[in-house]
Design a protein around this ligand. Structure first.
Ligand SMILES: Nc1ncnc2c1ncn2[C@@H]1O[C@H](COP(=O)(O)OP(=O)(O)O)[C@@H](O)[C@H]1O
Ligand SMILES: [Mg+2]
Length: 281
């Protein structure tokens, strides 16, 4: 088992103000699995992801990766956020190489390893369709292109686990569709394990082998659904009866668990976190 969360709990604040951000989370993710976490805002999705990244400690329970307790961040886990986290003063290519450069300095490595890193960067540039803009700076790129660079940079260290927190939440619908197929392609090629947070139910189903539905107050796992589609996804599956049935079920369940009354309230609640203006590609 790649990831094991055993009765993880996380609290913020103390006394009467104490908030249970995560309550007794039990979740296992297999090697090379693609798991999506979906739920209304405030149900602890980001907290759980940050915990998997080693950026946040559990107050109770245990988190194991490859059977070992996680204590801090590590190069085997990479995180991609919604908000582009590129260095504005570096070109696309240097953004992608940046972390590897730090690593190279630390380990006093040889010219061979520097060359290997360059080869890896070139391969990622091709994979992510960035060849035409390697010398551009982030502010010259659309949101979709910036997010491709962020993903390439995350992949640079060959992470075994890719953690993504609403990475496409600020992109327009068409760009997001392109990014979905790209990330599925990356997942096939790199054989990584992906945990992907989203507030978009359709995105959760299209990408995930399993969808983990979280609920708020306290933040918890409500239910876990196997996605009844072949692992090789194609866009026409979004119209398949089993896709639409699961979508309806997830939306109903989110509504029931978060005390939301109407579809409009539900949409509002789901999109509160990803509320930045769409950016074109
Ligand atoms: N650093 C923090 N300090 C206090 N409360 C926090 C902190 N981080 C998150 N929370 C609270 O924990 C709950 C879960 O937050 P979060 O994991 O961001 O949810 P989601 O990503 O599902 O919207 C929310 O009520 C949020 O306000
Ligand atoms: Mg969040």
């Amino acid at each position: 088992m790649k990831i094991q969360c055993r009765n993880l709990s996380k609290f913020f604040g103390a006394g009467a103000q104490r908030l249970t951000a995560l309550d007794n989370i039990g979740l296992q993710v297999q090697h090379n699995e693609f798991v999506t976490l979906v739920g209304a805002s405030g149900c602890g999705k980001s907290t759980l992801l940050r915990m998997l990244a080693g950026l946040e400690r559990a107050d109770q329970g245990a988190l194991l990766i490859d059977g070992r307790h996680v204590t801090d961040p590590g190069i085997a886990r990479a995180l991609v956020f919604q908000h582009y986290s590129l260095y504005p003063w570096l070109t696309v290519l240097n953004n992608i190489k940046f972390c590897r450069r730090l690593d190279v300095h630390r380990r006093h490595s040889t010219s061979a390893s520097v060359e290997a890193a360059s080869g890896r960067a070139d391969a990622l540039v091709r994979l992510m369709g960035l060849a035409a803009c390697i010398d551009a700076y982030p502010n010259q790129l659309s949101g979709g292109m910036q997010q491709r660079v962020a993903i390439a940079r995350a992949l640079m260290g060959r992470p075994e686990i890719l953690l993504m927190d609403e990475p496409f939440g600020a992109l327009d619908a068409q760009t997001r569709e392109v990014m979905h197929d790209l990330i599925l392609h990356v997942h096939r090629l790199e054989q990584s394990t992906i945990v992907f947070v989203t507030h978009d139910v359709e995105e959760a189903i299209y990408l995930g082998h399993r969808v983990v539905l979280m609920a708020p107050r306290p933040g918890r796992i409500d239910s876990i659904y196997e996605v009844p589609l072949p692992r090789e996804r194609t866009r026409d599956m979004k119209h398949a009866p089993q896709f639409l049935a699961l979508k309806r079920e997830l939306l109903d369940r989110i509504r029931d668990t978060s005390g939301i009354e109407t579809d409009l309230d539900l949409l509002d609640q789901l999109s509160r976190n990803g509320a930045s203006a769409p950016q074109g590609d």
